[in-house]
Design a binder for this molecule. Structure first.
Ligand code: LMR
Length: 285
């Protein structure tokens, strides 16, 4: 069986670590794209990752590129391009700078890989998903945002640390927009299956691990339920906006949005978060 072709756009810390994780998991052959200030940077990073293959025992091919042609026909495209926030900035402060970058990238991706599934990572995440959806013209099941896996992983890490249990025993669910209004759901979080009653730059290890989990669910057609940013059309009483909800991911991308039976306060929090994303998205130029 031919390996899947996966493109990662943006060879900064998040993008290159993501490429490394995808190669180590042997989820496909990888193209790492960037328009670097230093000539040859994506090619150099790609070669470095390729050369770890004999040590780790993976056969994924990985190349770096400064144009989109080598990525043509990709099955999955991970968009990490954009500027990261600096200390004191909120993710929302990146809105119009990153919207332009994500729009340019999406135009190229839609031209060269028209059948791909897009996983958007750039911030402010939910608004950038909308830019990618509108620019690509792709159906909503092929445009998904990575945030819920990351926010839930962070919650799991803190719970595991506080209770001194393995992270493997802890499940957590964080919904809503990726920002100040995100909605942690302790009622849907468990420790070893037991419901929980516990009333300078950007990260890149946990975000890249989160992307890899989503790519794996798609490549292996796992129908795995993960919290992701999805375009809602009426689910949870929310319409025409991207927001984090539990999503089943499989070969076609977003297979299904799961509707949790939320308590009234949880539903209100989620709707508030969606309103914040909608207000931000309305500021897109
Ligand atoms: C994260 O949550 O790590 C990313 O959204 C990057 C950031 O600005 O915090």
């Amino acid at each position: 069986m031919a390996r899947k072709k996966i493109t990662v756009v943006g060879a900064g810390f998040v993008g290159s670590t993501c490429a490394q994780r995808l190669a180590e998991l042997e989820l496909g052959d990888i193209v790492l794209i960037d328009i670097p200030q230093t000539e040859g940077m994506p090619a150099g990073k790609a070669l470095d990752i390729l050369e770890s293959g004999p040590v780790y025992g993976y056969d994924s091919k990985i190349v770096g590129a400064t144009s989109y042609e080598p990525s043509a026909g990709s099955d999955i495209v991970v968009i990490t391009a954009g500027i990261p926030r600096k200390p004191g900035m909120s993710r929302d402060d990146l809105l119009n700078t990153n919207a332009k970058i994500v729009k340019d990238v999406t135009e190229q991706v839609a031209r060269t890989s028209p059948n791909s599934i897009l996983i958007v990572v750039s911030n402010p995440l939910d608004a950038m998903c909308l830019v990618a959806l509108k620019t690509s013209g792709f159906p909503k099941h092929r445009v998904i945002g990575m945030a819920g896996v990351l926010d839930s992983a962070r919650m799991r890490a803190f719970i595991a640390e506080a209770l001194n249990v393995s992270v493997e025993n802890v499940h957590a669910m964080v919904l809503g927009g990726h920002g100040d209004t995100m909605v942690p759901l302790p009622r849907f979080s468990t420790v070893a299956g037991i419901p929980m009653l516990l009333k300078t730059g950007s990260a890149y290890y946990a975000p890249s691990a989160s992307v890899a989990e989503m790519v794996e669910a798609i490549v292996k057609d796992k129908n795995k339920v993960l919290p992701c940013a999805a375009y809602l059309e009426g689910e949870y009483g929310i319409d025409k906006v991207f927001v984090g909800v539990p999503c089943k991911l499989g070969a076609r991308g977003l297979v299904e949005i799961l509707q949790l039976n939320l308590a009234v306060e949880e539903r209100i929090e989620l709707q508030k978060s969606a309103s914040a994303v909608r207000e931000l998205s309305a500021l897109l130029k």
